[in-house]
Design a protein. Structure first.
Length: 75
């Protein structure tokens, strides 16, 4: 009984290893509409991130200017 169980587990492990290394089929090609939508989304994300970065930089500069006198630095 133990030998059968060991052989079964070994076979399952070998099958799992083979399945994990199987090659997946390539994704279907994107249409022009999908490509345009993806590019538009990427551009919108880039614009939003640039705005967020500028806002954070402005906040950091304002904080530095506010606290510069208390740290004995020149403005």
């Amino acid at each position: 009984m133990t030998r059968i169980l060991v052989a079964l587990v070994a076979g399952l492990m070998a099958g799992a290893m083979v399945a994990s290394h199987a090659k997946l089929p390539p994704p279907p090609p994107k249409s022009d509409a999908e490509k345009a939508a993806e590019a538009e989304k990427a551009a919108a994300t880039k614009t939003k991130e640039a705005g967020d970065l500028a806002k954070a930089q402005d906040k950091a500069v304002a904080n530095w200017k506010k606290n510069a006198a208390s740290m004995d630095r020149k403005k």
